[in-house]
Structure formats: structure tokens, C-alpha cells
Design a binder for this molecule. Structure first.
Ligand SMILES: Nc1ncnc2c1ncn2[C@@H]1O[C@H](COP(=O)(O)OP(=O)(O)OP(=O)(O)O)[C@@H](O)[C@H]1O
Length: 319
């Protein structure tokens, strides 16, 4: 089991906890509805925003950050609208999806530039504090061009944290990271969340969300499809009906036997083998070898069909 440490320096926020509220928020581009009537509340701790590509996650994050106006509905931070509100920008940080860092700068120079943009009274001290927070002090004077993907990403997080915001929004922060870098970033997000900050990160990978966040918001095709504790979401996803393609030495005999298996909800005999529908993924995959053995049938292949993330998400929308 992986233990995520609390880290040496607690990311103690200097302002009280913040709540980000979305009330009936929609955003369209021409006739494309990117976000459709989303209502959610985000408080302190880490929340994962999960959804396939094009679900509207980036659009939602940009509205939360006040960079984009909702077409309908309201996004507020502690009761104040985020759109065109400089007071809110001071309490919020965004790490965007696209990596745009000046590779010829050092991390320190990059974060310092961000501190100056925020017109902080002591930009040098703020830059050092943010760099410490992401554990980049050892490499802070090296050019960003020499960093790993994970280090570059942490540098960008430091730049977004330099003004000590209460809310941090991250768009696909784990993209392109190796497992070690991912763990490091996860530990950082946990530390920030544990210190009372409101952290939201987007991802299209359930496992990432599962490892980092207590709460998950699932978006599909612009809508909020599910929300809650990641265990609830995982259960919703694994309890949906599953379809398997099965090939064996005697498909007809196997089909007859499978019909009696409680986890099986349907069997179709085709030229290319069997199409089996099962309500419980685990129960079916455990039962199949036993059933085949009892009938003297050898299973040649078992392939889950329709297991794409999109189909899982579509199921959630329909449930
Ligand atoms: N500026 C824009 N003009 C027109 N359509 C847009 C614009 N930005 C986003 N869209 C469309 O809105 C929908 C949601 O896009 P968005 O980038 O918010 O989704 P996403 O979940 O972040 O996906 P990805 O992970 O691929 O970035 C998509 O259909 C996208 O093509």
C-alpha cells in the first residue's frame, strides 16, 4: 500500500476556508453546449472532477476561476461572483491544462514573476514559500528546461499558489506524469487539502481520482452525471451491466450452462462465439471457469466488450 505523507511543511492557509458554489451553470459556444445546468458546491479538501474528453471540465474550471462568463447561472466564491472580480482572483489559483512555461527561466524566476504579477508586497519571500510548499527548493535555480514533467508541473503549481489562495483549481495535473511523479503530486494535493484549502482537479482517469480525492464529481457531455464519495462512484461503475465475448470449444453447451448462472442476465449464440451479459463483473468472471470445467468445455477467450471509459460514463448518465 502506498502511504501518502503529510509532508514536512504544512500548507497552512492564512485565510478562512472558502466555498465555491455553482448554481444552474451553463455555457455554450454558438450552438455547442459545453456545460449544461451544473449545480455543485465545493468546500475544503480535495475534489476530483472526472469526465471523458470534451465533457466540459475545462470550460467549468475556467468559469470557476472567473476567466469565462457563464451563459446562464452563477459561479460564486463565498457568495461573490467569480467573473471579472479581482477580489476573487486574489483568493483563487488556476493551473491550466496546457503547459506554457518559459524553459529558459529557473523555477524561482518563474514563480517570482507570478508573485510580481500579483503585486505581492514581498514577492521574493512569497516565491520562496511557494517553492518550499511544492518541495522544489533544491532545484529552484536550475533552468525549467532541465526539469522532468513532474517538476515542471510542481513549478506551475507553485506559481499558482504564490499569492496563498484559498482555492486551487488544476486542469488535468497528472497528464503525462510517470507513477512516481504522480504520487508526488498526489501527496502535494493532499497536503494542501488537509490544510483546509479547497482543491479541485480534473481528470479523465478514474484511478487518479480514486487515489487523490475523497469526493468525486462526474461530468458527461456537459452535465453533472454523478457526485459523491469515490466508493459510491466506483460501485455505480462496477455494478452496471457488463458485456463479454466468449469463445470456447463448445459454445452451445457453455451457453446452456451459463443461463443457470445467477450473475448472467443474457446469452446470445453467434457465429463468432457467445455474447454474455452479466450484472456482476467479479461474480461472472469467477464463475465462468468453474462452469466450463464442470461441462468439459475449454474457454478459448474471454473479452470484456464495451469497457471504454465513455461507455462507463454513458451508463452513469442513464442511471
Ligand atoms: N472556445 C470554444 N469554442 C467552441 N467550442 C468549444 C470551445 N471550448 C470548448 N468547446 C467545446 O465545448 C465542449 C467541452 O469542452 P471542454 O474543453 O470544456 O471539455 P473537457 O472536458 O475539458 O475536455 P478535454 O479534456 O478534451 O479538454 C467540447 O465539445 C468542445 O469542443
Amino acid at each position: 500500500m502506498t502511504t501518502i505523507s503529510a509532508g514536512p511543511q504544512a500548507a497552512a492557509p492564512t485565510t478562512p476556508a472558502s466555498t465555491l458554489d455553482l448554481a444552474g451553470v451553463s455555457r455554450w459556444y454558438g450552438n455547442v453546449v459545453a456545460v449544461n445546468d451544473v449545480t455543485m458546491r465545493l468546500g475544503p479538501g480535495v475534489t476530483g472532477l472526472l469526465g471523458p474528453n470534451g465533457a466540459g471540465k475545462t470550460t467549468l474550471l475556467h468559469m470557476m476561476a472567473g476567466f469565462l462568463a457563464p451563459s446562464r447561472g452563477a459561479v460564486t466564491l463565498d457568495g461573490e461572483p467569480t467573473w471579472r472580480n479581482p477580489g476573487v482572483y486574489r483568493r483563487l489559483g488556476l493551473v491550466s491544462e496546457r503547459e506554457a512555461v518559459h524553459t529558459f527561466l529557473s523555477a524561482y524566476e518563474f514563480v517570482l514573476a507570478s508573485a510580481k504579477l500579483h503585486r505581492l508586497p514581498e514577492p521574493e519571500a512569497a516565491a520562496r514559500r511557494a517553492i518550499d510548499l511544492v518541495e522544489m527548493a533544491d532545484a529552484q535555480d536550475r533552468r525549467i528546461g532541465t526539469y522532468s514533467k513532474g517538476m515542471r508541473q510542481r513549478t506551475r503549481v507553485a506559481a499558482a499558489l504564490v499569492h496563498d489562495p484559498q482555492v486551487l483549481l488544476l486542469d488535468e495535473p497528472f497528464n503525462g506524469m510517470d507513477p512516481r511523479q504522480r504520487l508526488h503530486m498526489m501527496a502535494l494535493l493532499h497536503r494542501l487539502g488537509d490544510a483546509g484549502r479547497t482543491i479541485l482537479f480534473s481528470s479523465h482517469i478514474l484511478e487518479e481520482v480514486e487515489q487523490v480525492s475523497g469526493t468525486v464529481q462526474v461530468m458527461v457531455a456537459g452535465r453533472l452525471a454523478a457526485s459523491g464519495d469515490y466508493r459510491t462512484i466506483r460501485r455505480l461503475m462496477t455494478n452496471r451491466p457488463h458485456v463479454f465475448a466468449v469463445r470456447s470449444t463448445d459454445d452451445r453447451a457453455l451457453a446452456v450452462a451459463l443461463i443457470a448462472e445467477p450473475s448472467v442476465t443474457g446469452v446470445e449464440l453467434g457465429r463468432g462465439g457467445l455474447t454474455v451479459r452479466a450484472g456482476d463483473y467479479g461474480a461472472f468472471t469467477r464463475a465462468l471457469p468453474k462452469i466450463a470445467l464442470a461441462r468439459g468445455v475449454r474457454v478459448r477467450s474471454l473479452t470484456p466488450e464495451d469497457e471504454s471509459l465513455e461507455s462507463v460514463f454513458s451508463y452513469l448518465v442513464g442511471s
